[in-house]
Design a protein around this ligand. Sequence first.
Ligand SMILES: *Cc1c(COP(=O)(O)O)cnc(C)c1O
Length: 425
Amino acid sequence: MTAAHSGQSLWFPYAQMRDLPEPLEVARARGAVLELTDGRRLIDAISSWWCVIHGYNHPVLNAAVTAQLEQVAHVMLGGLVHAPARAAAELLVRITPEGLNHVFFADSGSVGVEIALKMALQFWRNAGRPEKSRFLALRKAYHGDTIGAMSVCDPDDGMHALFRSVLPPQIFIDPPRARPGEIATATLDQDLARVESVLREHGHEIAAFILEPLAQMAGGFVFYSEAFLTGARDLCDRFDVLFIFDEVATGFGRTGTLFAANRADVTPDIMVLGKALTGGYSGHAATVATSRVFEQFFGDDTARAFMHGPTFMANPIACALMLASARLFETENYLAKIARIETILQEELLGFEHPAIQGTRVLGATGVIEMKSAASLRGARTFAAERGVWLRPFDRYLYTMPAYIIEESELRQVTAAMKEFCRRI
Ligand SMILES: *Cc1c(COP(=O)(O)O)cnc(C)c1O
């Protein structure tokens, strides 16, 4: 079937519209389960691009939306303020690593990344060093789909390579090879030597080093050592380069700690949050900066001010959701739920072998089967849907990143569908 059935008025993401398989139509959803208009029920194995961490239709989040709606649904942040904005900023300062003290809101992860990049550029302009205007990034990185964010994504990735000639040319190094938990090995030394060598050569023109800490997700699920972050933090300080953590995907528990930064006990200069920030109820992002960054913009001169302001920044409903979501995370002990998911994923996926499989890996509430070839995954979506599971593999990766409230039986149904599909190849 083709998209002709849905008409062409709705343009879908990352899809050739001519070949688009008929999208599944969702009528309602609850917990980890999507209910389709034809009555079928699918367990959502990827929590709607990793953001619906509490599951769908959560009574506490629903109540937070309703209560805020009855006060004010939206009001601009230019010259006006409201209690949820103040409280959400205080919340993020409290839960992010020590030293991140100033919160700038935006409406999506990509824009949060743009803000981080622009903040780093203006930081050095305000400091009288405008030549520091490039970024260091990792190959296999994914930071979003807008122009600035694309410029720090993997430069060879098919998704963005088309635009290479119009993107600002950044500097790339290979992702770390040292794996989570690996410290003081020759591999880690080599990983850090690559950073040192590029900073020695280019540090004078680099504004910031941006990465997804601990786990590169949409660029290909590279999980790497927390000790790399500690070492890179020292190198950034030595070479006067800001360090930016894009925690849009890793934030709010996905790697097993509240933030990936916690695992390394590192404070970046700027941290970007998105996706799960509102429990997946509304698009919002936060770019959180240290006082050192903030103070570079502070003073008598209006030209030093940060000239940015998304229309919907600090939307009251989004802020009310952040507060309710974070409260649930703490009171329902989500870190324990995530540890339990990790154990089940390890049991089910690690050691699973098949000639078509390159490898399997698990980190926190993320489980991945990497195939040798992307072609092997053709038909995986339909296969899983027939078994009551919603999966959306990309490239060579068949993966799950479920809601943290997923039941054990539901999660085992997800991994069973993943493995059954592989066995059929
Ligand atoms: C999804 C993602 C983004 C982009 O967020 P959007 O809300 O889709 O714009 C940026 N960085 C990372 C690490 C992501 O996973």
